[in-house]
Design a protein around this ligand. Structure first.
Ligand code: Q9C
Ligand code: ZN
Length: 651
């Protein structure tokens, strides 16, 4: 045991009553490592950097510092099988750690000679802090432990976890220490992964309310499957005492987490009124985490924790779970300990707004659980949701009255027109639509239409995340027959203050006159004119196509052709990027004179709004072009680099 700091007693100083906060740190838990020093995100330095940062900030001296305590087998067996406990225990004596049957790749587990000791210390230390907090010896505490615990099941190690540290502590308080008077425990699991083990262990137990917020993406995110769904509410007497908030996407940040707090966790916690809170505090939803892909800031964590301090007289036991960016976990941990110490007001702010998918998830969770928790029964006000993001998702225009109006308007206009069918070879185009419909072009999108659901709005009508209003859809509702991708030596950039469709934030353009090493990734789709109309926010004027056969000939001949400025204020320039076989690849951007104004600064560049960038990133990821991190970097880069013309800065 290594007492890495000195115990100091808190109490009165400067007339202010300080809270007694316990910290567990034990260097022994660093000895759990990969068998041959292979790199792994769940590495010894994780707890070291947290501890060192707390020391550096001078907070360890103001806390009660405890060394680790090994768990007792009897306590582990409150939630684990005897076989599992023995398997972990006996792993110390293994000769070959790579072929150990529990160290399987599928379960995301590795072990070495010290794994067992670390696992016993991790579980025992959480039990120790929980007991002291329940007794009132401490107001709250943070067990800086590894290996983590929340994926571990009764008879299975998985997801870097061996013993379910938090579950052991909860069962210990309830089953072994009735004298401490803890009858109801709230477990909050904000690790980016679903706490599958904890969920299973208290599935039928109404004494333990398990709340997990995690990235799920339809079961595609670890640990996957259905377990993390919001439909998993517990069973028997435990029905309603399991709450999952499963994000549909990555990049969730403070605003998304705080929305889940304000509209799910906090109202439920008020009703449940726990005697103590155990916090599965993984910091892998933190910004910069290599596994989580979310973006919670230290400020966000501190606000989430502060909101929990209102319950159970602030009796909170934090136990480290995941978190793999050393810098992020060190900062987030410090922010949380400062909240536990209650020594200064929380500094920071967040201008982010929740994703539309976040509201969708929150509403679904509330609906699923309102029978058990009446405070979830009210519909969230549309003011709240619309203030934050545009109207809820509508994938077809039929269920949206505004879209219906637009569609009717369109049909009215259409019925007034007498559209004749013409042959393809008709030279003089009186029915441009019919003519063009028989001409193949690829429409190359570098913007929101890279994301297929967004493009389908232009075809079928409808609305997706980030759009302030629905699209009417195209005359020809057939979906694209094929989608392909290309990379062109163009330069993606973002300009303008806002658009009708996406609201505040820059809109994507591409500059064809750039360095050959500039690259814009484009999604090649069929359909063109109807998209062009809608891209420019036009009520379709059938009498004058913005892009007709003449324009097509011009663009093929000249490489680009300007459109009538009045008709196409945003994308007034059709550019031919080349051909695929006989089929011209066209894209649209602003005119060259406007690009010059962007480059000179006369018209300002402006980064895309979050929801708009999100749409682009989803397109690139789902199109298989980039990982999420790469897509994000690509968009960030395009949004932040200055714009040059012909490879030369104008300044
Ligand atoms: N494709 C914790 O954060 N990832 N565990 C496996 C397989 C495992 C995370 C990916 C992530 C486990 C405590
Ligand atoms: Zn995790």
């Amino acid at each position: 045991m290594n007492m890495a700091g000195k115990t100091s007693v808190n109490g009165e100083s400067n007339g202010k009553v300080h809270r007694k906060v316990g910290l567990v740190y034990d260097e022994t838990m660093c000895k759990h490592d990969t068998p041959h020093g292979e790199a792994h995100p769940e590495r010894p330095d994780r707890i070291r950097v947290i501890w060192e940062n707390l020391q550096l900030a001078g907070v360890t001296q103001r806390c009660v510092v405890l060394g680790g305590t090994k768990a007792e087998d009897a306590h582990l067996q409150l939630v684990h099988t005897k076989d599992h406990v023995n398997l972990v225990k006996s792993s110390t004596n293994k000769k070959d750690y790579q072929s150990d049957r529990i160290a399987s790749l599928v379960n995301s587990i590795y072990l070495n000679r010290s794994t067992s000791e670390a696992a016993y210390l991790a579980a025992g230390s959480v039990v120790e802090v929980a007991e002291k907090v329940a007794k009132g010896e401490l107001d709250s505490g943070f067990a800086i432990v590894r290996p983590p615990g929340h994926h571990a099941e009764a008879d299975e190690a998985m997801g870097f976890c061996f013993f379910n540290n938090v579950a052991v502590a909860a069962s210990y308080l309830l089953d072994e220490r009735p004298d401490l008077g803890v009858k109801k425990i709230l477990i909050v699991d904000w690790d980016v992964h679903h706490g599958n083990g904890t969920q299973k262990m208290f599935w039928e137990d109404p004494r333990v309310l398990v709340f997990s917020v995690h990235r799920r993406e339809d079961g595609g995110f670890y640990p996957g499957g259905d377990a993390g769904s919001y439909n998993m509410v517990g069973e028997g007497p435990g029905e309603g005492f399991n709450i999952n908030v499963p994000w549909e996407q990555g990049r969730c940040g403070d605003a998304d987490y705080l929305a889940a707090w304000d509209h799910i966790l906090i109202p439920v916690a008020k009703e449940f009124n726990p005697d103590i809170i155990l916090l599965s505090a993984g910091f892998d939803a933190a910004i910069g985490d290599p596994l989580g892909g979310c973006r919670v800031t230290p400020y966000g964590y501190s606000v989430m924790l502060k909101k929990l301090m209102e319950f159970a007289q602030g009796k909170i036991v934090m136990a480290l779970e995941g978190g793999y960016n050393l810098d992020s976990i060190a900062k987030s941990s410090l922010a949380c300990v400062q909240v536990l110490l209650e020594d200064n007001p929380i500094q920071g702010s967040s201008e982010e707004i929740p994703f539309m998918s976040t509201w969708r998830v929150i509403q679904a969770v509330r609906k699923r659980l309102c029978a058990y928790w009446p405070s979830l029964a009210d519909e969230l006000s549309s003011k709240l949701i619309n203030q934050k993001t545009p109207t809820p998702i509508v994938l077809t225009s039929n269920s949206n009255s505004e879209a219906k109006d637009n569609a009717h308007e369109l049909l009215d206009q259409l019925s007034k027109l007498n559209i004749e069918t013409h042959k393809v070879d008709t030279k003089v185009s009186t029915s441009w639509r019919s003519d063009l419909s028989k001409v193949d072009v690829w429409y190359a999108s570098f913007g929101s239409n890279m994301w297929k659901p967004r493009f389908l709005c232009y075809i079928q009508g409808g609305q997706v995340e980030g759009m302030t209003k629905p699209c009417v859809g195209s005359m020809d509702k057939s979906p694209p027959k094929g989608i392909t991708w290309g990379t062109y030596p163009n330069r993606l950039f973002f300009g303008r203050e806002s658009t009708n469709v996406w609201g505040k934030g820059g809109v994507a353009f591409t500059n064809p006159l750039t360095n050959p090493n500039d690259q814009t990734h484009m999604c090649l789709l069929e359909q063109f004119n109807d998209v062009l109309f809608q891209e420019n926010g036009l009520n379709v004027d059938f009498a004058s196509p913005i892009f007709g056969l003449t324009a097509l000939q011009l663009v093929e001949k000249n490489g680009s052709t300007p459109l009538e400025a009045d008709l196409a204020p945003w994308y007034g320039n059709v550019v031919c990027l080349g051909r695929e076989g006989d089929v011209p690849i066209l894209t649209m951007t602003c005119t060259l004179s406007v690009i010059e104004k962007f480059a000179s600064g006369e018209v300002p560049l402006s980064p895309p709004a979050k929801a708009y960038a999100n749409t682009l990133i989803r397109g690139l990821v789902e199109g298989g072009i980039f990982s999420e991190e790469e897509a994000e970097a690509y968009i960030d880069d395009a949004a932040s680099k200055p714009l040059y013309i012909n490879g030369a800065s104008r300044f």
